[in-house]
Design a protein around this ligand. Structure first.
Ligand SMILES: C[S@@+](CC[C@H](N)C(=O)[O-])C[C@H]1O[C@@H](n2cnc3c(N)ncnc32)[C@H](O)[C@@H]1O
Length: 254
């Protein structure tokens, strides 16, 4: 008997940014697996069960959830933001690939959510208006040398770069090092957005120039967006400045 597993994206942390599809998926599942702060966002019924685990246990959590679904239950795995962006959907796929053959017949659905870079971008203008990429600064699952290579390649090719997982207690130096790398090839006047806790009551969105960007201003709830040489700041008197990247690019090096 194979059940169903739904990987649900809960958005950046604002109830208004949870999609109707995610709300419906929550009502339909019986067992919920996830990191406790994400499970805390759910209002579950008495007949629904939550199983919380630590945020570095994605694979173990996926295995448990798949085993439960394989027993015939309707199971949900929840993620902040979008579950396919540095989150649980990939962990579930890894578990399916490495797991017993019967896990491949579990009905699997991935419900998208508003990812952090989109929530941050929407609060400041349109920094992702032209080509962009997303890079996780966590070197838990890849070597730092590869991260530096990707940062330099992305900046050198003119992409706006959204940095996820910029800093943590266990990874205190990575964001500062990333800024140093980028300063070598981007103008010091490149806008850098620190988008902290977008959509939540403690939200703080700040804009600096790359030359002045201070890694200490970021924390685990921050998504840092680094502009391309085309990205501009529009000052608007007493209204917050807009940061945007025009839809066109010439391709000429500045
Ligand atoms: C493990 S990743 C998960 C990303 C998530 N799946 C998403 O799509 O947003 C965690 C990182 O996402 C970013 N993040 C998550 N929620 C955020 C928010 N509300 N505002 C700013 N950044 C956020 C931070 O960079 C954080 O370190």
């Amino acid at each position: 008997m194979s059940g169903r597993l739904t990987v649900i994206g809960l958005g950046p942390g604002n109830a208004d940014q949870v999609t109707p599809e995610a709300i419906r998926a929550v009502t339909e599942a019986s067992f919920f697996y996830g990191y406790k702060p994400y499970l805390d966002r759910l209002e579950l019924r008495q007949d629904q069960t939550r199983i919380a685990s630590d945020n570095r246990e994605e694979l173990a959590r996926s295995n448990e959830a798949l085993a439960k679904a394989a027993e015939g239950h309707s199971v949900a795995v929840v993620s902040g933001g979008d579950p396919g962006v540095f989150a649980m959907a990939a962990a579930v796929c890894e578990a399916i690939e490495a797991g017993p053959p019967e896990w491949r017949s579990i009905e699997l659905a991935v419900v998208p959510g508003v990812t952090a870079m989109l929530a941050v971008a929407a609060r400041i203008g349109a920094p992702l208006g032209h080509d962009f990429c997303a890079i996780s600064l966590s070197d838990n699952l890849k070597p730092w040398e590869l991260i530096e290579l990707r940062l330099l390649a992305a900046a050198g090719a003119g992409f706006v770069i959204a940095l996820y997982n910029p800093i943590s207690k266990a990874r205190p130096w990575q964001l500062g090092r990333a800024f140093e790398c980028l300063k070598a090839i981007l103008p010091g006047t490149t806008p850098v957005i620190f988008g902290r806790a977008a959509g939540r009551p403690e939200e703080r969105i700040e804009v600096f120039l790359l030359a002045d960007a201070d890694a200490a201003k970021a924390d685990m709830s921050t998504c840092v967006i680094i502009g391309s040489p085309e990205t501009r700041i529009i000052k608007r008197g007493d209204k917050p400045a807009l940061v945007y990247t025009p839809r066109s690019a010439t391709g000429s090096r500045k």
